[in-house]
Design a binder for this molecule. Structure first.
Ligand code: SF4
Length: 390
């Protein structure tokens, strides 16, 4: 079985600077605190109990003040778990963001059901948050335990979704993780059926990626092999479709019109601002990644661990790699406008190797629906990975 691509980490994908002169319309903000550390986690994060939150928020504000004020289209507060901030901290941060950037299309906050009380939901609503992405991962207590998540009952998740809706936040994503050996098909089906019965607008399903140096890496026999993951994915995709969730990206499924506008910024290769620990921005053609060291971040010292301006061939590589993650692929005209060449001519030889993997019409190129999960292999045939790894 070919290797899946669904767990791609966007922070490792180099951004495009083709659109470098365009002013970013999106802002990502990282809140790295969690009440508990999951067994599979490789994100920049630390325990809320470390006591860094007040100083971190001051440093974050200092960084946000360096971003030009004015209306943006999307803001995404991710983590970490932004909902672990207390009510006062949330109110201050969100009202500042609303005042400074008043996002016109989508203002998302990542949360977990355990830390999102009704009074916090009211604060979100009051300050313009119109989308919440809940890290549910599973409704099953045993699975949550293996993942190292906080204990939570099914009712708590259901109540959280209902509270969001009754307070006027109706655009809701639920994140799920699949791939544990313990979880059988009927249980996977149940997860999706329960999520769908809550009538949420978006569902993300990520395969469990075992990263080195995470506790899960040292647990044997817990995660399915590549064939098992691929088979779970296929099953989930079908169940999601049955319930009205259409795939628009490898791991993302939405009801019509509810695709994440913020995340589409990344996949389309548009520029975006970022702030916070470990966050990566792409502004004026420069991809800049911030430190993962909380003390350096708070001190404002050694803030960036890398800043890179990319050449045109890197931009082209990223354009293809990111856009082909999307169900709709990319437009031949857009490729031509960006790179001043004809895709079909430029890739004539390579296309011989992967012509059966792609669907090429007079206007667009996309990966065959049945191959999106094994995108890696298609990309290997199409792109020069050796050059990228030099
Ligand atoms: S909640 Fe997310 S960021 Fe926090 S430890 Fe778990 S996976 Fe990592």
């Amino acid at each position: 079985m070919r290797k899946p691509r669904s767990g791609i980490n966007l922070s490792t994908v180099r951004s495009l600077d083709v659109k470098e002169m365009e002013k970013p319309q999106a802002l990502y903000i990282h809140i790295p605190f969690c009440n508990r550390i999951c067994t599979y986690c490789d994100f920049p994060k630390l325990l809320s109990s470390t006591g860094f939150i007040p100083e971190y928020l001051k440093a974050l504000k200092r960084e946000l003040e360096t971003i030009p004020q004015g209306q943006l289209k999307t803001i995404f507060l991710g983590g970490g778990t932004p909902s672990v901030l207390n009510e006062e901290e949330l109110e201050e941060l969100l009202s500042y963001l609303q005042k400074s950037f008043s996002p016109s299309v989508e203002f998302t906050l990542e949360a977990n059901p355990e830390s999102l009380s009704e009074s916090k939901i009211k604060i979100l609503k009051k300050n313009g948050v119109n989308r919440v992405s809940l890290g549910v991962q599973s409704f099953d207590k045993e699975i949550l335990k293996i993942l190292g998540r906080e204990e939570r009952t099914e009712e708590e998740t259901i109540n959280c979704v209902n509270n969001l809706k009754s307070n006027g936040i109706k655009n809701i994503n639920l994140d799920f993780i699949y791939g544990l050996k313990k979880e059988k098909r009927e249980e996977l089906r149940r997860e999706i059926e329960l999520a769908s019965s809550l009538d949420v607008s978006h569902i993300s399903a990520y395969s469990l990626q075992v990263e080195k140096n995470t506790p899960l890496f040292y647990q044997k026999d817990v995660v399915k092999d590549d064939d098992g993951l691929a088979s779970d994915y296929d099953f989930l995709r079908k169940v999601l479709k049955e319930h009205g969730y259409e795939r628009y990206e490898v791991s993302n499924f939405a009801k019509n019109g509810f695709e994440s506008k913020h995340n589409l910024t990344y996949w389309h290769g548009d520029p975006y601002y970022a702030a916070g620990l470990g966050a990566t921005s792409y502004v004026e053609g420069v991809r800049a990644t911030r430190t993962r060291n909380i003390k350096d971040y708070i001190a404002g010292e050694k803030l960036f661990i890398s800043k890179e301006k990319e050449d045109l061939s890197d931009q082209e590589f990223d354009f293809l790699m990111l856009n082909l993650r999307l169900e709709d692929g990319f437009s031949l005209k857009e490729f031509h406008d960006r790179f001043q060449k004809d895709f079909l001519k430029a890739y004539e030889v390579k296309l011989q190797e992967c012509k059966y993997d792609l669907v090429i019409s007079s206007k667009r190129v996309r990966v065959k629906k049945s191959l999106i999960y094994v995108l890696d292999q298609v990309l290997l045939n199409l792109l020069d990975f050796d050059k990228e790894t030099k």
